[in-house]
Structures are given as C-alpha cells and as structure tokens.
Ligand binder design. Structure first.
Ligand SMILES: *Cc1c(COP(=O)(O)O)cnc(C)c1O
Length: 385
C-alpha cells in the first residue's frame, strides 16, 4: 500500500467491528472484564498498559514511517522523556543538534542533566562535527531536521553511517517534515519521533507525541517505560489523531505549495533581509533537502530588516495569521522565536545558533495563498508607516 491508502485504512478494520464501523470507535473503558481467571492476563487488561483505540493509532503511526512499531504518547515531550529514560542511564552522553526545539533543550538541560546524563551540542549540518564529539560514554545522537526555527538540515544517512560504527542510537525528531515528506528510519535512523500536536493531528486541537521504531529490543524497552511512567495518549486524543492523519497527504501538499509561494514572495521583498526555507535554491542545503526529503514542508522563517521593534509591529498588524506558538495546523500562525518559542534559550546561545531578534517564524496554513500574501502586505505597510 502507498502512503495515503495506509493513512486512511491502517487501524480501521470494518470486518472486525461488531457493527461494521468504517471508523475505529473510541474505547473509553479503563478496564476490561474477563470471563475466567484463566484469561486475566490475556488481551486488554487496563487502559494505561493497552487500549484498542490507542493500538489502532499506533498501527497507523507505524505504517506512516514504514516502521514495525508505533507508540502514542501524551505529548511530544512525553515521548522524548520516555526515549531518554528507557535507553540511557547516569553517566551516559548524548550528542545533539545545536538548533533544537526550545522545549527539547529545556528537557535536556533542566531535567535530564540532573539525573547525570550529559549533552554536547554540535552544528550537525556538518556530519564531521558529530564524529568529533563522540566520547567513550556516548550512547545517543539526537537530530532534528529540518530544525526549528532556522530550517537547518542534518544528513541523516551520513550521520547514521558514522555513529553506527560505534553502535550509537540515532534519534530523529521528524515533526517539521512529517512522515509524508521524510522517513528517517529508511535513511538509517533507529528511532523517529513526532510531536503529533503539529502536522499529524493537523487541526490544533490535540496535544500528543509518537515514536516509531523497527528494533524489537528498543520497542520493548520503550513500551515498558511508557507504561511504567504512564506517558500514554488518551483514547479520545488517539481518535482525533487518527482522524487528522487521514488527510495528512492532501494537507501537506497544500502546506508546501503555499509555503513555496510565500517564500518566493518574501525573498523578493525589499524589506526582508533573509528567508529560510529548504525549498528555495538559495537555502545552503537545498541539494540535501532534495535528496533526503520528498518535499520541503510548510514551515519557513525570515528576518525583517530592522530589529525587534519592527518585527513586533509586523506580527501584531496581521489579521489572518494568528500570533501564536505551535505549528502544523490548517490555520496560518506567526511568531517571534526570540521572545516566544525560544525565550527559554539564553540569549548568547540563541545568537550563537543564529536566532536574531528580528527573526519571524511562520507556520503556513492551507488557506487561499492570495489572502495570506495580502495579510503579509499589511504587515509590511505597518512597519513602513
Ligand atoms: C512541538 C515540538 C515538540 C514538542 O512536542 P509537544 O507535543 O509540544 O510536547 C518537539 N519537537 C518539535 C520539533 C516540536 O515542534
């Protein structure tokens, strides 16, 4: 089966349903009755350890990343925490891309470091930087590609080849690309992670996380720890994510088409200093993007000429783009990383990776692109005034 067919059909199984439902029902029951003592360990027992709706979603998630296994978590960060807790111990070392989602850095630096896990941040655009950071106690390499908010890329295949010589685990946060545009496991990664809050859910109405893997042993450890710490997605939220995934392909096509049009418009604009979008030939890693991804996604960032004051004026004057964090929903969102999503990253660190005060991040929605461009015009006019 191909992508959209899997997205629509895996996990929905009319024949197995009592009434022939074409959509998986929401199983709210927290516990499952048995006919006899002999059966108490069989099938579903308690909803934290296993739930039919979550299972249906997990099969769908696995199918999207061509994976053996999927796991659905209560948030992207719950998924990340479980990966770290399940696979690492005190004294272990992780090499991470230096341009990560702000919440991921906070989890690493303010939570996991307290438990004796060490992190080194490198510019993973250059695979050699990952190689040079490997130590005796390195266990894991953590990539996000494209990164948030600067749309930097890591060459997943090249990094996986380097670190598999040492038997390290490669984790890829694939939230920005979505499984429609990039499949890290096929490129050699061991674990792929999504904030399903973003494109997979797609409608800004559910917070959740997902992990997909092929390795039996990694899966068993993640599954055990997910149940042990209780980081599961609820049945209702699982159902919402399944509903979202069915339209992922058509949404991603439109997100990308709109993003490409807006990126080109911004690049031509005299009041714009720079545009960051992997689909533009001016993007320094455009060739890698073409090789590694099946499309360039719906996220872009740009720097306005001027500083924070101009950027604030710009985002506050828009009427269609909502001034909001998050991304990946059908509606367009705009935000200032320096004072919103990445405010928890210290200024010097922010500047080192290239997040300036005038940087504006856009999650391009699937509205009519002419309306979006008219709205951006409004922003430029407000700055000019
Ligand atoms: C949002 C996000 C996360 C965190 O996911 P939550 O669902 O908010 O916990 C992780 N990585 C990336 C790239 C994200 O955009």
């Amino acid at each position: 089966m191909r992508f959209s067919t899997k997205a629509i059909h895996v996990g929905e199984d009319p024949e197995s349903m009592q009434h022939g439902d074409v959509v998986s029902p929401i199983h709210l029951s927290t516990t499952f009755a048995k006919r006899s003592i002999r059966e108490v360990e069989e099938g579903y027992v308690y909803s934290r350890s296993g739930n039919p709706t979550r299972d249906a979603l997990e099969r769908k998630l696995a199918a999207l990343e061509n994976a053996e296994y999927g796991l659905a978590f209560s948030s992207g960060l719950a998924a990340e925490s479980t990966i770290l807790l399940a696979l690492l111990k005190k004294g272990d070392h992780v090499i991470a891309f230096d341009d990560l989602y702000g919440g991921t850095k906070r989890l690493f630096n303010q939570v996991m470091e307290r438990f004796g896990i060490e992190f080194t941040y490198v510019d993973a655009r250059e695979p050699g930087n990952v190689r040079r950071a490997i130590r005796e106690n390195t266990r894991m390499v953590w990539l996000e590609t494209p990164t948030n908010p600067l749309l930097k890329l890591a060459d997943i295949r090249a990094v996986a080849e380097i670190v598999h010589e040492r038997d390290l685990i490669v984790v890829v946060d694939n939230t920005f690309a979505s499984p429609y545009f990039q499949n890290p496991l096929d490129l050699g990664a061991d674990i792929v992670l999504h904030s399903v809050t973003k494109y997979l859910g797609g409608h800004s109405d559910v917070v959740g996380g997902a992990v997909m893997v092929n390795d039996d042993e990694i899966y068993e450890r993640l599954k055990f720890h997910q149940n042990a710490v209780g980081a599961i997605l609820s049945p209702f939220d699982s159902w919402l994510v399944m509903r979202g995934i069915k339209t992922l392909a058509v949404r991603m096509e439109r997100h990308e088409k709109n993003a490409m049009t807006i990126a080109r418009y911004l690049e031509e604009h005299p009041m714009v200093e720079r545009v960051y979008y992997p689909g533009l030939p001016s993007h320094p890693q455009h060739e890698l993007a073409k090789r590694q991804m099946k499309g360039f996604g719906g996220m872009l960032s740009f720097e306005l000429k001027g500083g924070l004051e101009e950027a604030i004026k710009f985002v506050e004057s828009l009427e269609i783009f909502a001034l909001a964090e998050s991304l990946g929903g059908v509606e367009s969102l705009i935000e200032l990383p320096a004072i919103m999503t990445h405010a928890s990253v210290p200024r010097d660190e922010r500047e080192k990776v290239g997040i300036r005060d005038s940087l504006i991040r856009v999650s391009v929605g699937i509205e009519d692109v002419e309306d979006l461009i008219e709205d951006l015009e409004r922003g430029f006019e407000a700055v000019r005034a």
